[in-house]
Design a protein around this ligand. Sequence first.
Ligand code: LLP
Length: 414
Amino acid sequence: MDHFHYKEDELFAEEVALNDIAEKYGTPAFVYSKATLQRHAKAYIDSFKSMNGLVCFSVKALSNISILKILKNSGCGFDIVSGGELHRALLAGADPKTIIFSGVGKSKTEMIAGIENDILSFNVESEQELDQLGVVAAEMKKIAPVAIRFNPNVDAGVHEFTKTGRKFDKFGVSIEAAKDLVKKCNESNSLKLVGLTCHIGSQIMELNGFEEAASQALELLVELDKLNINLDFIDMGGGLGVNYVGEETVQPIELIQCYEKIFSERNERLILEPGRSISANAGVMLTRVEYKKNDFLIADAAMNDLLRPALYQAHHDVWPITKKNDAMQSNVNLVGPICETGDFLAKNIESESSTGDLLAVKTVGAYGFVMSSNYNSRPRAAEIIVDKDKFYLIRKREDYSSLTDLEEGLDAQI
Ligand code: LLP
């Protein structure tokens, strides 16, 4: 459920007309609804009936610090994958003891930052990474908290690029290797084993993959009991899918009930790392139609602003900001100004729009702005948040100097 809706023929975010936002801040622009973010965070947090659940929002999905602050104030911790995301989470006021550091390639510098800030856990994905973390912690005379990411060899049935839980994917280690890493960790003076973790993919529409991974986690926990190895938490990652164009979805409460049932005999805390299911439906991208040519609506937003359609052939609904109730044209392609045929925002849609009209590309609050780039030397879009009947700029539109400010050497003889 989101808070974008029509009042008569005008599209609103909460109590603000999107037209007013476009007028004040221009297009393209990403607009988020605070109430939607809060509602989705609460849908997770309130679903826990046991296991002392902790929801660590996956910062990679939407990383603006004002958004992170809202989610922190709603009770979320954070799942991070880089020093940059740690910096963001800390700026947003996160309690380091609610921060989980995921990812296959943490650098030494990132490990130092995580240890210095006393984060909850490093989710470790290989033996070499574990060794490196041990050395870094020892050099700092500290003890690094570790969760081992196991790979359950589950096919989550999603887009090839967002499957992460098959044995040949780059993520995690096999169950056998996980046991060895657990033992190694336990024998180290500079590492403390605190958890087990896995994440099988993203935009998952059915429970069975999650169930399979959790059952394997349970078996592993029971084996570790026999070795007298106790953990603080089990982290089942993120991955819950959302409704982009009318798909049936699994609700957070169904997922959490499924985990609570599987882990009902356990004492570990349950951590989840949702990204998309908290923020996707909380954002739209405003764009204006610049030109119309045959079946093409040429917008002022492009693949540099929203990469998902070009990269994953993802579908996003497109809604007019003002409904005109004109005749609908079918097979319309909404494309951007970038010089690539792959630069499209939506294909074969029905639309009544024409030159000058404003559109909202829906469900872009996750993996939208965060994946934008300056390709074709296009400044990145503005980000705005709506809170009831007010709206606030939370990231300025970039300008041409943002494009070139970091470049050097114009005066040098190269
Ligand atoms: N935890 C880990 C370790 C992850 O790798 C991810 C996402 C998440 C949590 C959050 O997953 P979510 O709840 O958002 O599904 N750019 C792609 C999605 C990539 C997901 C990467 N990892 C897209 O636009 O569909």
